[in-house]
Design a protein around this ligand. Sequence first.
Ligand code: Q6M
Ligand code: ZN
Length: 559
Amino acid sequence: MIQIQAFEMFLSSPACKIEVPERLTVSHEALVQSGLADRCVSIPVREATDADILLVHSEEYLEAVKKTPYMTLEDLKEFTLQYGDVYFHPNIYHCAKLAAGAALQLVDSVMTGKVRNGMALVRPPGHHSMRSAASGFCVFNNVAIAARYAKQKYGVKRVLIVDWDIHHGQGVQYSFEDDPSVLYFSWHRYEHQKFWPQLRESDFDSVGKNKGVGFNINVPWNKVGMQNSDYLSIFCHLLLPVAYEFNPDLVLVCAGFDSAIGDPEGEMCATPDIFAHLTHLLMNLAGGKLCAVLEGGYNLTSLAQSVCQTVQTLLGDPAPPPANLDGPCKSALDSLHCVRSAHRQYWSCLKHAEEEEEEKTLDKGEEGNSIEEKVWPEPPKRVTPTIRTAVVLPDGVTCPDGCKRFSSSEDLDPLIISKLNDVSGFMHAVLGLLLPLAYEYDPTLVLLVRMSDAGLCEIVWQQLTGLLQGLAQGHMLVLMQDGEKECVGPTASSLLGYPAPSLGQLPAPLPEDVASIESLRHRLKADWKLLQTTGDFTTTTAASDINMTHNVTSTELFK
Ligand code: Q6M
Ligand code: ZN
């Protein structure tokens, strides 16, 4: 947990007047007020060194920025004019070094195991800045530098960058578009290229270049007013399957909260509690190694609430019940379909994605009223259970006391992997079918039964247990049978909130598994909107035809 304070932008400009120091003070104050700050470890900040900055930026650019503290007002104005929507204060070079350095301190702390995960609250943001250019309030690309740094210093092989800010982090895209070791995912307000930064290359068909083809994923939002369901759909049907297939060693989040309700830039309608779920869903990747770095977020109320939701989830508290999941809108489904189609050739988890081209209906904004002030209820106070997990054990089974974390750092025995050819299919069912179904159903209790003949290896079971804890405010009852003694420890570990070990790089799921999962998804999607992956409903079988209602049992699911 890092807090730095930057100075107010010097040259006031209409384009930049939303990027204010209060963004950090209100966020930090909210963390203190809610008692979350006390539960975090504070990590001292350092300045990024020249060598750190040069991991991403050019020498010419660094040298130019270095001169800004000594420039006259006139020179600063002129310097600023070269770039779009960014302003230079004599102090910004110092602040930008601290912002990048904070991200690096967080990476160090997570990679060395000092902390499990964390969030860096920094200004200025970073994801728009490019090799030789500042842009959109950003001077140095904090997260891009952090990714290169982690690779260089810790030998990290694969980094997943999730950019949930509402603007496209084109700077991150440019940095890694030909690099297969960094998977960049971004969703962003696009409106068919009408929205800043209005780049052709922010669209879904920019999939990466050369060796990095397939490792750049853009989800353009072509309408404002996207809601929790839209965000969750993208996670279940696109980001998570790809992320599990990619198998990152580290997850970095460009954590901008201008994608939340009330934000004047994003104009979206997802509520702050959705960030609890987005965070939770990423926390079982990379053995739990997750570093979130603040980017945007300009409605101070929404920002502070969203930061708290994220941090409380990183601390391991159960997520609140997800609000109003009434299914994705047509425009979101169109975007989802376009991205999945563009990427199906690169990711085996998307191979089955619907091929048929449908005519794109140009959606006209139904939300319309952008001037209107959005109101939303304050997220309910989340609980921190005093006792998180209880176990009831038969005689002779040792209690998983202390519940040490299970071998997340050890690599999987390749022999074991080859025996797990159905793991991919299982994860496919969990991410694309079970999770969305469960989220939409919104249970108050998850009852998880482990059959002795399930044939599930421990780490897959731990992933399942971990992911399902995002439901029912973490209320989960696991039933295990005699003869499953060796799985008690791993289960308790997962229930206690320890991240599941990585599954390794997953092979393609078996075609017959995919076929049966997909056919079930097709049958159910008329009743369960979160199971939809296209805006085209003509192929949907009516639920009554197959005599299936909202009561789906797990046996039916995994038949
Ligand atoms: C501003 C137009 C003002 C970190 C970030 C930065 C967004 C920059 C937006 C520039 N345009 N009406 O992605 O949030
Ligand atoms: Zn933004």
